[in-house]
Design a binder for this molecule. Structure first.
Ligand code: GTP
Ligand code: MG
Length: 462
């Protein structure tokens, strides 16, 4: 972390979300946190919050020259036993814009500086309390939309992925030491460092990197979710299926074709992953401007989707334009499911021959609710892969930059193993590259500009 020194000033921000609530918190972190809070706080029992022996939680009022502003509880956490490892003071006042902003303004006039987004977490990182993986997992925890996503983020915040990465880094560091010894003492026997044990441990490290890389798709899915678009010609039951998967009568359903005009989105959970489901307008030659715009939006939703559900009315023979639509969907890069809806009206109806182009064919009845389990399973299998729901054992790669660094580390190691008989200088270069790439994930070698970008994507007060 060259170039980054521990900050000296004391920062502050409102750490609870805007709006009204039972309590709201103004947080201070830095060497002057207790001194600044002391200046604006009147303890109801006359205690001095700067005194470590006085305790950690204080009742009283925030006061300025004109008198009390709010009744508060002040929580003092001393370095290094705090989120940032600095002195931290949390002023719990009443949750509302009035009290929170009054308290914030007051501590700003007493010498605190307004924190940048993510600056508390950045300090926790700079002060070595957490590494970059854990810092990023903090924001994933806040944004998690499903229980499984929260669990994955909590595992990462707790250090599961970090432990795996640090074990890999230490294997590489060992190998580096042995190879460098061979560089420094070229007269020594080479076979000693090219021994099978060293090779074996590097091969094992490479295998672990590959296993970790294989979690990237799942990891991203749990963090960001996937987009699933429901498409088809008018009146086949797209909105009914949307409602059935949502278990809610969200979209308007009528027996008239062309009911849905605008796209409609809701999040459902599939195998613990958040999936943004989109209902779209029926695809046909549009009748009027609103429908034409709806059809354009439907096409866009199809293009942007991670998975497409094409709905057919199983009680009628497929139409020629549906075959063209089927070919169009099957040609997309995205996995696609063919849903034969209204199967209650035609239980044994066969799929059209071009259905074979699809990754899965499901018979459903949106109105009866049958076949939904099978459809959800197909979606889960196609989105998550055959490995199914996530396991947290080694941790998950959840971000593109982690995946990119890990891939470079694995490539460097592959090169090294492919060249194992080469001179130690060469091996040492590849190893260094692999170590550097791993360090980008945990934060040791991440460029400052990237760190800034990561932390600035956090919310204020975190
Ligand atoms: N019997 C039966 N009728 C269904 C089923 N699904 C939908 N319907 C009926 O089909 C008609 C059209 O349903 P919608 O869900 O509005 O169809 P849509 O594809 O969204 O139609 P547009 O929005 O106009 O493109 C309604 O009368 C539904 O009640 C089903 O599984 N079985
Ligand atoms: Mg509809």
């Amino acid at each position: 972390m060259a170039g980054l020194s521990a900050p000296e000033d004391t920062i502050t921000a409102i750490s609870t979300p805007p709006g009204e609530g039972g309590i709201g918190i103004v947080r201070l972190s830095g060497p002057e946190a207790a001194a600044i809070a002391h200046e604006v706080f009147a303890s109801s029992r006359g205690r001095d919050i700067r005194d470590p022996r006085a305790g950690r939680v204080f009742h009283g009022a925030i006061v300025d020259e004109d008198g009390p502003i709010d009744e508060v509880l002040v929580h003092v956490m001393r370095a290094p036993h705090s989120y940032t490892r600095e002195d931290v003071v949390e002023i719990n006042c009443h949750g509302g814009n009035g009290p929170l902003h009054a308290v914030l303004e007051l501590v700003l006039t007493r010498g605190a500086r307004l924190a940048a987004p993510g600056e508390f977490t950045k300090r926790a990182f700079l002060n070595g309390r957490i590494d970059l993986v854990q810092a990023e997992a903090v924001i994933d925890r806040i944004r998690a939309q499903t229980q499984a996503g929260l669990r994955a983020a909590s595992a990462a915040a707790g250090g599961v992925l970090s432990t795996t990465l640090h074990a890999l880094a230490s294997t590489l560091a060992d190998a580096q030491a042995r190879i460098e010894a061979a560089v420094d003492f070229p007269e020594e026997d080479l076979p000693e460092f090219v021994d099978p044990a060293l090779r074996g441990s590097l091969e094992e490290a490479l295998a672990r990197m590959r296993a970790l890389l294989a979690t990237a798709r799942q990891g991203r899915l749990y963090r960001e979710g996937a987009r699933a678009a429901i498409a088809g010609r008018p009146n086949v039951g797209k909105s009914s299926l949307f409602n059935a998967l949502l278990r809610d009568a969200r979209a308007i359903v009528t027996s008239a074709p062309g009911t849905t005009r605008d796209t409609l989105e809701e999040v459902i959970t599939i195998e613990g992953a958040p999936v943004r489901l989109t209902d779209t307008a029926g695809l046909r030659e549009a009748d009027g401007e609103a429908e034409r715009i709806g059809v354009d939006r439907a096409r866009r939703a199809l293009e942007e989707a991670d998975i497409v559900i094409l709905v057919l009315d199983a009680s009628e023979p497929p139409r020629p334009d549906e075959e063209a639509l089927g070919a169009e969907v099957a040609k997309l890069d995205t996995p696609a499911v063919l849903a034969l809806n209204k199967s209650d009206l035609a239980p044994g109806a066969p799929a059209p021959p071009w259905g074979a182009e699809f990754d899965a064919v499901c018979r459903v009845s949106a109105t009866e609710g049958t076949g939904l389990d099978g459809l959800e399973q197909a979606l889960g299998r196609l989105l998550l892969g055959s490995e199914g729901a996530v396991s947290y054992g080694q941790g998950l790669i959840t971000r593109a930059h982690q995946q990119d660094s890990l891939r470079r580390a694995a490539e460097a190691l592959e090169r090294l193993l492919g060249n194992f008989e080469a001179s130690p200088e060469f091996l040492s270069l590849d190893l260094r590259e692999a170590q550097h790439a791993l360090g980008e994930i945990t934060g040791e070698t991440t460029p400052d500009a990237v760190l800034d970008r990561i932390f600035s994507s956090f919310c204020i007060g975190k």
